[in-house]
Design a protein around this ligand. Structure first.
Ligand code: A3D
Length: 319
């Protein structure tokens, strides 16, 4: 089987970790693109010089020329500014929309058959814009947010219950902002409902404990930004995108919360939103519709409206 080619647009904090993870997992050859001269070349040289120790053998190259991404099977985009303390993701809209437009034009020209995973914020708007500018089929343009948000939620649940995070399954849907929707009813530890375990531990206070975890999940990105002071989370966003990339490259058909294009699912027509989706050879193979209860539906509607306003704001800016 021919080796896969993976191009990373943006060689900053997340881009660098993506390149290292792809190398360590030998998912394919890597081209790391950035507009900063020499930096992507330096990062890939650094990673490749550790491959003897890692016992891995792939090609890694850094570039400032889009021509080098030609023939990519997969493209992961992190180009754009990250948040600084006190900023919301939406504050990045104008700057990152300009960057995303140029990225989409170039990926369209040089890697027209690729599947594209977007990570740049504000996520739902950037995925929408990339698809609009590139004109790629919707199944080939998707966004990473829910895998990370769900992993954060799972981590807090594991800490609270004193169980391994490996056994926690929890999913977060909706837009990648403060209105995201952690699904409490579906959260479980190897099949045992999390609420049942919380009730055993906390009795009548179980709901309060869960609400605190839900709240921390919604604000988890900002918690890291506040501590780092100079940028936003980058290890866990990279790991999350690699899980999606692996599902696509290995044609695994894995069910993951994905920023995917809805055509009527969840009452949403013609918008990208975080929903459960099956990821495989064609990118988004299909969206899974869950039977949400009244409370969950209402929360998702709030999140959907936030995404719609963001898209409208982007459109008003001329994108
Ligand atoms: P950073 O380390 O600043 O890297 C961004 C890189 O983009 C820099 O190296 C820039 O030089 C490069 N860049 C700027 N303009 C262009 C351009 N026109 N073409 C190509 N490259 C360009 O940031 P980061 O890696 O920490 O974060 C990248 C993005 O991911 C930001 O927008 C973050 O807000 C976002 N992010 C998303 C999540 C999600 O879960 C969705 C999590 C964390 C960060």
């Amino acid at each position: 089987m021919a080796r896969k080619k993976i191009s990373l647009i943006g060689g900053g904090q997340i881009g660098g970790v993506l390149a290292q993870l792809i190398a360590q997992k030998e998912l394919g050859d890597v081209v790391l693109f950035d507009i900063v001269e020499d930096m992507p070349q330096g990062k890939t040289l650094d990673i490749v010089e550790g491959s003897r120790v890692d016992q891995t053998d792939i090609k890694l190259s850094g570039t400032n020329s889009y021509a080098d991404i030609a023939g990519s099977d997969l493209v992961i985009v992190t180009a754009g500014l990250p948040r600084k303390p006190g900023m919301s993701r939406d504050d990045l809209l104008t700057t990152n929309a300009n960057i995303m437009k140029s990225v989409a034009e170039n990926v369209k020209e040089y890697a027209p058959n690729s599947i594209v995973i977007i990570i740049s914020n504000p996520l739902d708007a950037m995925v929408t814009l990339f698809q609009k500018v590139s004109g790629f089929p919707h199944n080939r343009v998707l966004g990473q947010a829910g895998v990370l948000d769900s992993s954060r939620f799972s981590t807090f649940i594991a800490w609270e219950l004193g169980v391994s995070v490996k056994d926690v399954n929890a999913m977060v849907l909706g837009g990648h902002g403060d209105t995201m929707v952690p699904l409490i009813r579906y959260a479980n530890v190897n099949g045992v409902p999390v609420m049942e375990l919380l009730e055993q531990k906390h009795g009548d206070n179980a709901k309060e404990v869960m609400d605190a975890m839900v709240n921390r999940t919604k604000l988890a990105g900002g918690e890291v930004v506040k501590l780092l002071k100079t940028g936003s989370a980058f290890y866990s966003p990279a790991t999350s995108a690699i899980a999606m990339a692996e599902a696509i490259l290995k044609e695994d058909n894995r069910l993951m919360p994905t920023c995917a294009y809805c055509k009527g699912e969840y009452g949403l027509d013609g918008y990208y939103l975080g929903v459960p989706a099956v990821l495989g050879a064609n990118g988004v193979e299909r969206i899974i519709e869950l039977k949400l209860n009244e409370e969950e539906t209402a929360a998702l509607e709030v999140s959907t409206n936030a995404v719609k306003s963001l898209i409208e704001a982007m459109s008003n800016l001329g994108f």
